[in-house]
Design a protein around this ligand. Structure first.
Ligand code: HEC
Ligand code: HEC
Ligand code: HEC
Ligand code: HEC
Ligand code: HEC
Length: 175
């Protein structure tokens, strides 16, 4: 019988029962850690505030996301075009200004990275095929720090290619 064990006479069982979900969660987050990364960025820049609350379009900052292989990162001067006036005395904006004054690019940590032997192009997906950013990056406009939400494995790419009748030939992705 299962139920009769859950009594005050059997405190060890209660402790184990209470701990089980915690271990379960720890296990899930450990295994997720293998495919999802969440780096810490040099400036606490929040997509939720910019792309979410303020509705700044993705392409305003990632200018070549529909026209080139790489989506592209916003130049520091684009940030400064707003932040010379917007919250200029916030500590995170002091950091931004010092990169700008030194003429150094902000060393953002990359989040989604494919191995060098794989060919990928944003133009083919977000441009020509009109695949939405969220299909591959999740709801970035709701995130503070960007997290990778898909596995980015070959199986994941090929599964969508089968569904959308895109090429599954080795040579398309390994050139
Ligand atoms: C079909 C999946 C897919 C779609 C759709 C997609 N991306 Fe990506 N994105 C990727 C992959 C894969 C990488 C990693 C590429 C690499 O490491 O070469 C990436 C990398 C990036 C990067 C960092 C590197 C770079 O290219 O500058 C940015 C920024 C980015 N994506 C933004 C966007 C935006 C904005 C959109 C929508 C307009 C979008 N992506 C649509 C899969 C996608
Ligand atoms: C189109 C205008 C605009 C651009 C471009 C812009 N920001 Fe912002 N940013 C804002 C606004 C508006 C806020 C919210 C200010 C407030 O809280 O009152 C903000 C807030 C912030 C904050 C405070 C934390 C947060 O996210 O709420 C940081 C840090 C920041 N921005 C950094 C950046 C960086 C880095 C860039 C360039 C990659 C950038 N911003 C580009 C308008 C902009
Ligand atoms: C105000 C400028 C700004 C806007 C608007 C913006 N981004 Fe970004 N994005 C950045 C900056 C700066 C980074 C690098 C720091 C980080 O990862 O948060 C970045 C990083 C990313 C990355 C991680 C790239 C990598 O390293 O793999 C993705 C994915 C991304 N953005 C997607 C989007 C999408 C999708 C939208 C629209 C919903 C969007 N961004 C809107 C400035 C912006
Ligand atoms: C959400 C669905 C989807 C995902 C996920 C996806 N693709 Fe695609 N891919 C497409 C579609 C649709 C096309 C366009 C097919 C066409 O034009 O006939 C395409 C085209 C391509 C092409 C051909 C581009 C060219 O030169 O014309 C390559 C290469 C490619 N994808 C690589 C990848 C890789 C690598 C990944 C995983 C990192 C990936 N794709 C993930 C849907 C997807
Ligand atoms: C739609 C894109 C796509 C197609 C088509 C594709 N691959 Fe891949 N392949 C990937 C991606 C993305 C990776 C890297 C991620 C990973 O290892 O899962 C990869 C990784 C690999 C690796 C390295 C695995 C490792 O453990 O390092 C080999 C080998 C490989 N592919 C062979 C093939 C062969 C053979 C074919 C044709 C039958 C093929 N691929 C077709 C996207 C693709």
């Amino acid at each position: 019988m299962f139920i009769p064990f859950i009594t005050a006479k059997n405190p060890r069982f209660l402790v184990a029962l209470a701990a089980a979900p915690v271990f379960g969660l720890a296990f899930v987050s450990m295994t997720m850690g293998a495919s999802t990364r969440r780096p810490s960025q040099p400036i606490a820049f929040f997509h939720r505030v910019h792309a979410g609350e303020r509705n700044i379009p993705c392409a305003y900052c990632h200018r070549t996301a529909e026209t080139a292989s790489f989506a592209g990162m916003p130049p520091t001067r684009l940030c400064m075009s707003c932040h010379r006036a917007v919250i200029p005395e916030a500590p995170e904006i002091w950091k931004l200004r010092s990169y700008w004054e030194l003429g150094e690019p902000i060393p953002w940590e990359r989040v989604s990275i494919l191995p060098g032997h794989v060919y990928f192009s944003h133009r083919a997906h977000a441009g020509a095929a009109k695949v939405g950013c969220s299909r591959c990056h999740g709801k970035v406009e709701a995130m503070d720090e960007v997290e990778q939400t898909v596995p980015l494995t070959m199986g994941w790419c090929v599964q969508c290619h089968r569904e959308t009748r895109a090429s599954t030939e080795c040579i398309s992705c390994h050139r």
